[in-house]
Structures are given as structure tokens and as C-alpha cells.
Design a protein around this ligand. Structure first.
Ligand SMILES: [Zn+2]
Length: 321
């Protein structure tokens, strides 16, 4: 049992009570891909969209718990809050089915074995990097990037949804070692914008276990991660939030009986309360910032962006129930 973490069914059932649903596609195994909207009130025209996503990696359930708490806390004035609680529902279900005891690769990737957070187009057609964790062309790797950008139904349909919403800011929730990983930028204005957002997150979190920003403008590379695509193609402030603080992770890690309990706190309550406050403070602070400007040459990426045929359209034999 993975209690206190809820099943996919329970997550979606609760989300239906908190916001209006949009089914934006189907996963490889045919599960609904869902986004839930809470409108912010006031004039509907031009109200910016703020997005929270979680579980692009199926076993990172604490991110889902944080996303649901963000949703529970209700509207954000002046903006439409959109929450996609489970981006990779097949792997979420597989994690629950196996009690989290399968390999990280099996529980992290989608049902085609693709790491969805390495499957987004690289800005300006950048070449894939060979740095560790930057994504792999080996189908056996836990970070297999797939056969082509947006080759997977989960990423293809999410990209379509985001192109429609054009969000102003997006926080993408993961789970490991409490860090904030901003989109890769090198213009001072963008760097400072993210600094303001990181400070807002930490203020919102409060206490001693606040997360630090990870990254430098020089050593980072494009890896096909969601936030880089959001920043450079959608002009959206994009941050990967690794929930579960470093001290708490290290305390639990050596005692974990399987991968699931290395990535998710036994008692999610304190992490969820702190991080939901941090997420909402960041989204609110982003409304004070202008949208990021495109980098020179990025228009090429937009112009060249051509949605591929979604993988959901092809014949598929379900391998799991
Ligand atoms: Zn992750």
C-alpha cells in the first residue's frame, strides 16, 4: 500500500469537485489526460493562465499531493489557475499497482518507456547533450528521450493545451532533494525575474527547510525538459520544483525499502503545506513580472514547430490494466 498517497481515481475524483475539468487527450494506455481550472474572477478577457503540473514522472506522488493542495486553496485573484495533477497517469497507476517496488525507470517513464520530461523540442534545434541526466537515446535508460520530440501522446497533448492556454507562469512539480530548477536562461532580466520568483517561493514556504535554486547560466544544457520549452517557445516563466527537502530526503533515503519511498515522504503533510504555499506565492509574484521576451532566433522554433502525429493514434496493445 502506498497510503497516504491516493489512487489515480481518488485524485481525479477530488479534483472534479474543486475545478472544472478539461480532458485534453489520452495516454498511451488510453487514460484521460485532465486539467482542472479555477477562474480568478473579474473580467474574463485577457486574464492570464497560471499552470501547475505534477507527476510527469509517475512515481513522484508527493508532487501530486502538493498540486492538489494548491487546487484546494482556491482561486488566485486576477488569473485563471490551471492544475494538471497527473501528467503521466499510466506510470502513476503502475506505481500504485507495484506498491512502488519496480525499478525507477519503470515507474518514471510512460508506457512506451519514454522519459516525458526529456521529450520536449530543444529550443532552436539545439543538439542533445551527453551530460549525465540530460536524456539518452538508449531505450533502456531511465531518461530515454523517445524517438522524436513530442512523440508521446502525453507530451503532444500537453503541448497543444499549453499552446492554447499560453500560460504566464508554470510550476512543474517533481520529487527529490528540495530544489528549484528554473528554465535555462542567460539574459540578465530573465535571470533576475527567476530570482524574484525563487524568493517568492521561499518566502511562501517559510521555515528552515526552504528550497534553493539550482543551476548556473553556463553549465546548464537543454535536455528536452518542459520548463525550457515553456520559457523559450511559450514565453512563460517555467520552474521545475523538486519537492521533499534535502534533509528529509537524506533522512528517509537509506531506510527506504523501494524506490517509491526514496522519492516520497512517509508523512507528506508538512511538505504539502509548505510547498503549496510556496507555489501559490510564486504564481502570484509572477503576475508582477512582464512575460519573458523571445531570445533572438527563437522565432524560428515557433515557426518551425509542427505538431507530429500523436502516438495515441497508432495501434496499441495495452500491457497493463
Ligand atoms: Zn521528476
Amino acid at each position: 500500500m502506498l497510503a497516504p498517497y491516493p489512487t489515480l481515481h481518488d485524485v481525479i475524483e477530488e479534483a472534479h469537485k474543486l475545478g472544472s475539468v478539461k480532458v485534453y487527450g489520452r495516454s498511451v494506455e488510453g487514460r484521460a489526460l485532465t486539467a482542472f481550472c479555477v477562474p480568478g474572477g473579474g473580467a474574463e478577457d485577457g486574464r492570464p493562465a497560471l499552470v501547475v503540473t505534477a507527476a510527469i514522472h509517475g512515481l513522484e506522488h508527493v508532487g501530486v499531493a502538493v498540486a492538489m493542495e494548491v487546487l484546494r486553496r482556491g482561486p488566485i485573484p486576477g488569473a485563471d489557475l490551471w492544475v494538471c495533477p497527473v501528467l503521466n497517469p499510466d506510470a502513476y497507476v503502475e506505481t500504485q499497482r507495484t506498491d512502488g517496488a519496480a525499478s525507477v525507470a519503470a515507474l518514471r517513464r510512460n508506457a512506451n518507456g519514454v522519459d516525458l520530461n526529456r521529450n520536449f523540442p530543444l529550443p532552436w534545434g539545439a543538439r542533445p547533450s551527453r551530460m549525465p541526466g540530460a536524456g539518452s537515446s538508449d531505450p533502456a535508460s531511465a531518461t530515454f528521450r523517445g524517438t522524436a520530440p513530442l512523440s508521446e501522446p502525453e507530451t503532444h497533448h500537453l503541448a497543444q493545451l499549453l499552446l492554447e492556454l499560453r500560460p504566464h507562469c508554470s510550476l512543474n512539480l517533481h520529487s527529490f532533494m528540495g530544489t528549484l530548477i528554473c528554465a535555462r536562461v542567460w539574459r540578465p532580466g530573465d535571470w533576475l525575474g527567476y530570482r524574484r520568483l525563487v524568493r517568492a517561493f521561499r518566502r511562501g514556504q517559510g521555515g528552515l527547510l526552504r528550497y534553493r535554486r539550482l543551476g548556473t547560466p553556463l553549465l546548464d544544457v537543454f535536455t528536452g525538459e518542459l520548463e525550457d520549452w515553456q520559457h523559450h517557445v511559450l514565453r512563460c516563466w517555467g520552474i521545475c520544483v523538486e519537492c521533499f527537502s534535502l534533509p528529509e530526503t537524506f533522512w528517509q533515503h537509506p531506510r527506504a525499502p523501494n524506490p517509491f519511498w526514496r522519492f516520497n515522504p512517509r508523512d507528506p503533510g508538512p511538505v504539502v503545506a509548505r510547498d503549496a504555499a510556496g507555489v501559490r506565492a510564486t504564481l502570484e509574484a509572477s503576475l508582477q513580472l512582464p512575460r519573458p521576451r523571445l531570445y533572438p532566433g527563437a522565432a524560428h522554433t515557433l515557426g518551425a514547430w509542427d505538431p507530429p502525429t500523436p502516438a495515441a493514434g497508432r495501434a496499441h496493445t495495452p500491457t497493463r490494466s
